[in-house]
Design a binder for this molecule. Sequence first.
Ligand code: SIN
Length: 297
Amino acid sequence: MDLPGKKSVTVVPAGGALGADIIGVDLSRPLDDGAFKAVEAAWHRHLVLRFRGQRLDDPGLLAFARRFGALDKAPVHAVNDTDHDPYPEITVMSNIKVDGKPIGNLGHYEAEWHTDMSYNETTPIGSLLYSLEVPPEGGDTGFSNMYRALETLPADLKRAIVGRSCKHDSSRNSAGELRKGYTDVTDPRDAPGAVHPIIRTHPATRRNALFLGRRRNACIVGLPMDESEDLLNRLWAHAGKPEFAWYQKWKVGDLIMWDNRCAMHRRDAFDPASRRLMHRTQIKGDKPFFDPSTLAA
Ligand code: SIN
């Protein structure tokens, strides 16, 4: 039997490869179990959810995120690595400067396709990004469906990655900036970071997704560098196809949550003279894994 709150949640798919709007939910108030279950089911189905017109303060954002599990602390940044006191689980994404000092990370730059914190041994299952200020143009965030990328991978490429793992570099962020405390990498095999399977099984849906994480300084374990580069270039050319993607054009009060286990994301650059301010938090995860029994299904 359906829990009562489920009926208050309307799911409107974006109509492309992924993404859906959730309507009828005020995230500043606690969700009852029925509404929460409906949101969680929609997240597993659509990978990226958008809640428009929200009014959230930091405790409200964290309280909603915590319904999905414990939260990760903000990653190590390039420019601004001070905790967002008193909320170390919040990452401030912004190009705004106060007294000449950036208040957040990633500036106004393009951020390349990536999966949040994929360079850690355990990676966040999802991230939530809430918009407080948006530029009039640019700064759109793209999401890409990595289930679909794997399902449509040519057979030779799929054979080439079954059982293979990839190194995910932690030295630079998605805008290419060196993180504080790291030195430059000259050989990707020496990059700091974690090794994860390239085919990743989602623990909740049991579906497999292509898990590339980030291109810069990546390498496939056990292959000579030239073969690793060639295979990674072919995988990224496939994964970056526009038919797997959907783009979010931000309005103030939008909350987007995405599933890092099966979706990648990127961000367009924007005019440095305009202001953009977002608060992000990330839900702790476990070690990415591949369950070979899922291939037989
Ligand atoms: C991110 O990579 O989490 C930032 C995305 C954005 O600023 O739109």
